[in-house]
Write a protein that binds this ligand. Structure first.
Ligand code: MN
Ligand code: MN
Length: 317
């Protein structure tokens, strides 16, 4: 069984070859694979700007410089992990229910393996069909959700499925357990004073953007670690980040967090039993210097580092 890893940049220049995440081999047989990068290039759930369909390719493009050793977590990822780029799931642009069904079906295939999937959106609506497949395998999971929005709206334009509603549906369908879930970074203008209370009213713990600035990353990590029990799903909306660092996104909100703070937060999640991850809402058409995609690639790198640490602690039999 091959141990899939990126080719050495000392032998094979990093700008050569066909673009995959971190220059990993493009492999669809997940036998023996520990983590798989999976694109979900769908953006028909967007309510304002669109263009997240180009997210997976933008993130792959900016991932070329990533190196295998993560000094902050002191781990050489591929000593403990075989990792691949699985490619993209099939979608039908313009057709949301049909695409969501395709995403659930195709991610179900990925989840039949032992590989932990890391999904690259796409708009945030894709988390719902992904969670349907995840909950089918694992039962209701805890949600760790970084976002400037709660994405718990009941509906938009009379429709039940947009990038502002996935977690409301996930709660209704019993895919996530709000009682051991947490939303972090919520901020920005709202429609109504009551909107701010939706998260807690539905049973989530919530650390708003202003509160996170006040308590700092260390304290927030303690609260996440104390809250999240059992199998978990990490969903990272790039608009959690301040638009200075991540301008290429669908619904940017000022007053956010910088790239170093995002890295600190993700590095603090060691020990949580994530069964899948997503990183969504990256929009290369609004990202002229590739800044947003570069940050997204580096945050995915922290996710695969968490997977490597998990396997270092519990090696394969
Ligand atoms: Mn979102
Ligand atoms: Mn958002």
């Amino acid at each position: 069984m091959p141990n899939y890893q990126p080719p050495s940049a000392m032998v094979y220049p990093r700008f050569e070859g066909i673009r995959t995440f971190m220059r990993l081999p493009h492999v669809t047989d997940l036998t023996g694979v520990d983590f798989a990068i999976v694109g979900v290039p769908f953006d028909t759930g967007g309510t304002y700007r669109v263009g997240a369909r180009f997210g997976p390719s933008g993130i792959r493009q900016e991932s070329m410089l990533l190196r295998p050793y993560n000094p902050f977590l002191a781990i050489n990822i591929f000593e403990h992990c075989s990792g691949v780029d699985y490619g993209d799931l099939p979608v039908t642009p313009g057709y949301l229910p049909e695409s969501h069904a395709q995403i659930t079906e195709a991610s179900r295939e990925v989840l039949k393996s032992q590989a932990t999937p890391i999904f690259l959106g796409g708009d945030h609506s894709v988390s719902l069909p992904l969670l349907r497949a995840v909950a089918e395998k694992h039962g209701p999971v805890a949600l760790v959700h970084f976002d400037s929005h709660s994405d718990l709206w009941a509906s938009y334009f009379g429709g039940k499925d947009t990038h502002g509603t996935p977690f409301r549906r996930a709660v209704e369908e019993g895919l996530i357990d709000p009682g051991r879930s947490i939303q972090i970074g919520l901020r920005g203008s709202l429609y109504d004073a009551e909107d701010y209370g939706i998260s807690e009213a539905l049973g989530f713990e919530m650390i708003s953007g202003p509160e996170l600035h006040e308590i700092g990353m260390k304290k927030a990590i303690q609260r996440i670690q104390a809250r999240v029990k059992g199998l978990a799903y990490l969903s990272f909306d790039i608009d959690f980040v301040d638009p200075t660092f991540a301008p290429g996104t669908g619904t940017p909100e000022v007053g956010g967090f910088n790239s170093a703070e995002c890295q600190t937060l993700l590095r603090g999640l060691v020990g949580i039993e994530f069964v899948a991850y997503d990183l969504v809402e990256v929009m290369p058409p609004y990202d002229p210097a590739g800044t947003t995609s570069l940050l997204a690639a580096n945050l995915v790198y922290e996710m695969i580092s968490l997977e490597a640490l998990k396997r270092k602690t519990n090696p394969k039999q």
